[in-house]
Ligand binder design. Structure first.
Ligand code: ADP
Length: 884
């Protein structure tokens, strides 16, 4: 079929619906209708082609030229195409752009019949359900997440189709709930399935949404399909029996997979309920502030398998809340930490298990190559060594009561080894993957072929002898097959049974009946032996798929061990300690460090700092008030936010089950970690930045409990000084006083005025970052010490920066004046009050205007209008001006 005919400029562009009704277009339209919203790629000869609107959409993404064809109609139907041989790369681009792709492939040779070549939909690919190795990152799980909101709750079903992992959960609220947003961030959803007409705004804006009919979200059917898929009579074993809203989401998800031709047989699909109560949610700001999936994972990822790498990322996103569960993880890390040699051996053994999870997945999906199958065998052979080392250490491979067996399916590796050669080719196209002796039929086919091949190989010598032509050659090409070539000089000596086939410049090529007969044997045997190999390898793949459940359980155990050894490795190298975990409200860190800042500095340059806070529960025992909220002051660049982040990171690492960067740590489990750090470099963005800051602050004040850790940096910085100072003070008071709060809090601020709060609020303490100045040199010691910071520090910096002496001197005088004018005084209730100097009010343009106003020259109506105008202006500027 010809493609990409030249563009006839005059003809109108037609839509797919308007274009003619050639047989292929009729079929194309039918397939398109069966897969709404997807890009349909039709195989025409050596190309995959897109038509109409699909072509217009895809051409720029694919980077190919949009052409058009008449198709018998009066206009031109847009089309574009990509070579089938390079299709993978192009499909990857469409998926990355968030599109779903349907491959409508030829399932017979184009030459085979008259009429239309038979085509079928062979693959449906979408960003959330891709299975091919080419489209997957080893360390990133790809999840398709279906959502169903009902009765004030939202059911979440999240499937990793490459590994069969299906998580079910329900969160409070509808599609706009914060908890749902946090859950989708945690899951790193690659595609979201929604009911037609529903919207999911805000969360994961770049993630494609796919709309599905409401009838697909059927709870009873979902539960039924989950029971079938897991091969169980009840879902109670997965703690998933009561999640009826999530069952509806799962129903749609499984139906979607079915339409996408993704097989999820029992044993492969593993259902688990998201343990909402036993893991911590992390908001987007905290995730970002702590660089969980950036710098932190980069530091921690010493895993040796992609499964371990993925599990590490998942665990960083859901710290634990139960002491026993955290201790269980820590015990494994500790055992590995204390056994360097065993750990080194384990690392070697783990590497040989490779990505067993996805290897098994590819076998289940029928996408495994001979190399994948052999990799499964190698993994099975490595598992006993892993098990041996684990029992030597006396640790557990898995979490909780379900201990996975690390034992490989008996005999599987040996049978795969018997089947495949040691170094099989990447594909089965040319055969050569199956070992000689593995199959009698294949051996027979290969034998027949090789007899014929050796006949041909010796033909040259024999024909030279028979004809007496020394320069006679036997060769092969794709068009003519085997031939005998004779230079023109010897044309006279060519025997009568040679048939001329091709004329070259200085020679002729001939064939003989005997040669063609043997050639047919060679080619026929080859074709049949490749077909037989395909059958045999498919049986091997199916053998692996049959053992999916056992292999995946072992893979899960290996992933857990891999994460533990990675954390032990980091802890050993970086000198981290095992934290003591309990259910108290205590937080005690001795000589803590920020692992990422530390790594960026020369060895030994990082200054370690302590932290001691105790949360306040209203019902707690009446003891001498301990530090609950620490106000940290200090100049810019002194290390305040580094300290804040380091404390939050330490708690997070501990609850993930990792050792922590400190000499010692005692951590009463936190139910949430809230951080509001940074963004203050972004002052130019103005009010909107401040709005974001306040929204995040509001979320913290509304959701934190006395078990939470709250880390706030420069609250109120995004608005005018007095505005910001007032907000900051009110926030501190609330965190201290509110009955549901009293949470462990670090509060960094440049408002020195706030340090006075420690006098009136029993559990507030002051700390500052120490700075020494000798002559013109200032050194940031980065050491956190008790007490408030020197408030004239900014002026020192100005001097050091070369601001003229007169300006510095004037600034000193002004500072002294300001301090006199706005003392912080305590009110009758012992509350600190900030006396705002009148100067700030006088600076307001409305006030200035009022002073200048000629009252006698105004009518009552003018006065009223003036009043209304000022009112509007003042209301529009809640922050008022920055005082000079
Ligand atoms: P602030 O929040 O007070 O403006 P930062 O926390 O951003 O300051 O720290 C500024 C820089 O100081 C960091 O980038 C780092 O290089 C250095 N620093 C911070 N804390 C320490 C520390 N404890 N030891 C050594 N250097 C530190």
């Amino acid at each position: 079929m010809e493609v990409g005919a030249a563009r006839p400029a005059a003809r109108p562009t037609l839509s797919l619906a308007e274009a003619g009704a050639t047989p292929i277009l009729r079929e194309y339209r039918a397939v398109k209708a069966a897969h709404p919203g997807a890009l349909l790629l039709a195989r025409l000869g050596d190309f995959f082609e897109l038509f109409g609107e699909d072509a217009e959409l895809a051409a720029p993404i694919l980077g190919v030229i949009l052409t058009g064809r008449a198709f018998g109609g009066a206009g031109r139907l847009p089309m574009c195409g990509v070579p089938a041989a390079a299709a993978t790369q192009y499909i990857g681009r469409l998926l990355a752009a968030g599109h779903r792709v349907v491959l409508w492939d030829q399932i017979e040779d184009s030459g085979a019949g008259r009429g239309l070549v038979r085509r079928e939909v062979t693959r449906v690919l979408s960003p959330g359900t891709v299975l091919d190795e080419a489209f997957l990152e080893p360390e990133t799980a790809v999840r398709c997440v279906a959502l169903w909101a009902s009765n004030g709750r939202t059911g979440v079903a999240a499937l990793d189709a490459s590994s069969g992992d299906l998580q079910l959960g329900e969160v409070a609220g509808g599609l706009d709930s914060t908890t749902l947003a946090e859950d989708l961030e945690r899951l790193q959803a690659a595609e979201v399935l929604l009911v037609e007409g529903e919207r999911l705004d805000g969360t994961l804006p770049g993630t494609p949404r796919t709309a599905l009919p409401v009838a697909w979200f059927d709870s009873a059917r979902g539960a039924q399909r989950l029971r079938e898929a897991t091969g169980t009579a009840t879902l109670a074993g997965f703690d998933a029996d009561r999640l009826s809203i999530a069952h509806a989401a799962a129903a749609a998800l499984l139906a979607y997979c079915e339409r996408s031709r993704i097989a999820l047989p029992a044993g492969f699909l593993r259902v688990r309920a998201r343990a909402q109560a036993s893991t911590m949610s992390l908001d987007a700001a905290t995730r970002r502030n702590l660089e969980l999936l950036g710098g932190l994972v980069g530091l921690l990822d010493r895993t040796r398998t992609p499964m371990g790498a993925r599990l590490l990322r998942a665990r960083l996103q859901e710290p634990l809340l139960e002491v026993a569960a955290i201790e269980a993880r820590l015990a494994t890390v500790a055992a590995l930490h204390g056994a360097r040699e065993i750990r080194a051996e384990l690392r070697l053994a783990l590497a040989r298990v490779r990505d067993l999870e996805r290897l098994v997945g590819r076998c289940v999906h029928g996408l495994a190559s001979p190399r994948d199958v052999l990799a499964v065998a190698a993994a099975c052979e490595a598992l006993p060594r892993v098990a041996e080392l684990v029992s030597e250490l006396g640790v557990l491979a898995g979490e909780g009561r379900n201990q996975p067996s690390l034992a490989p399916p008996p005999g599987l590796a040996a049978s795969l080894r018997r089947l495949l050669v040691d170094d099989p080719p990447a594909t089965l196209r040319d055969g050569g993957a199956v070992r000689a002796g593995a199959d009698a039929e294949l051996d027979g086919l290969r034998g027949a072929g090789s007899d014929a091949r050796s006949f041909i190989a010796t033909l040259e010598e024999r024909e030279r002898a028979r004809t007496g032509i020394r320069s006679l050659k036997v060769g092969y090409n794709r068009v003519f097959g085997y031939y005998i070539e004779i230079p023109n000089a010897h044309r006279e000596m060519v025997p009568a049974d040679y048939h001329r086939k091709q004329t070259l410049v200085g020679a002729e090529r001939y064939i003989t009946p005997v040669l063609k007969e043997q050639e047919a044997v060679v080619l026929g045997a080859r074709e049949r032996s490749v077909a037989r190999e395909v059958e045999l390898v498919a049986a091997g793949v199916a053998g692996v798929a049959d053992h999916a459940a056992g292999l995946l359980a072992a893979a899960g155990g290996v992933a857990g061990l891999d994460v533990a050894q990675a954390l032990a490795e980091v802890a050993d190298e970086q000198g981290w300690c095992r934290p003591a975990i309990d259910a108290s409200l205590t937080l005690e860190i001795e000589a803590g460090r920020h692992p990422l800042v530390e790594a960026a500095l020369p060895a030994g340059a990082y200054v370690a700092n302590d932290c001691a806070l105790v949360g306040h529960a209203p019902t707690g025992p009446a003891v001498a008030p301990a530090a609950q909220l620490m106000i940290i002051t200090g100049p810019n660049m002194a290390g305040k936010s580094t300290y804040l982040r380091q404390v939050a990171l330490t708690v997070l690492l501990a609850q993930v089950g990792s050792f922590v960067p400190a000499r010692s740590a005692r951590i009463g489990v936190c139910d949430r970690i809230f951080t509001r750090v940074g963004a203050h470099d972004d002052l130019a963005a103005g009010l909107s930045t401040f709005m974001v800051e306040m929204t995040e602050t509001a979320a913290i004040l509304n959701t934190a409990t006395s078990r939470s850790l709250v880390v706030l940096d420069e609250i109120g910085r995004g608005t005018s000084t007095y505005d910001g100072l007032s907000i900051a003070q009110a926030v501190v008071e609330y965190l201290h006083d509110a009955a549901h709060l009293g949470c462990r809090t670090l509060f960094a601020t440049h408002y020195h005025e706030l340090t006075a709060l420690s006098e009136s609020l029993a559990r507030v303490r002051n700390a500052r970052v120490e700075v020494v100045e000798e002559g013109d040199a200032v050194t940031f010691l980065h050491r956190i010490v008790e007490g408030g910071a020197d408030r004239s520090y900014g002026i020192h910096v100005a001097r050091l920066a070369g601001v003229p002496g007169a300006v510095v001197a004037r600034a000193r005088r002004l500072l002294a004046e300001h301090e006199q004018r706005r003392p912080i005084a305590a009110d009758a209730r012992g509350r600190v009050q900030l006396a705002l100097p009148l100067a700030s009010a006088a600076a307001h343009p409305v006030v200035e205007e009022l002073e200048r106003l000629d009252l006698d020259g105004l009518t009552p109506l003018q006065a009223l209008n003036k009043l209304a105008e000022w009112h509007d202006r003042v209301a529009a500027r809640p922050g008022g001006p920055e005082p000079g």
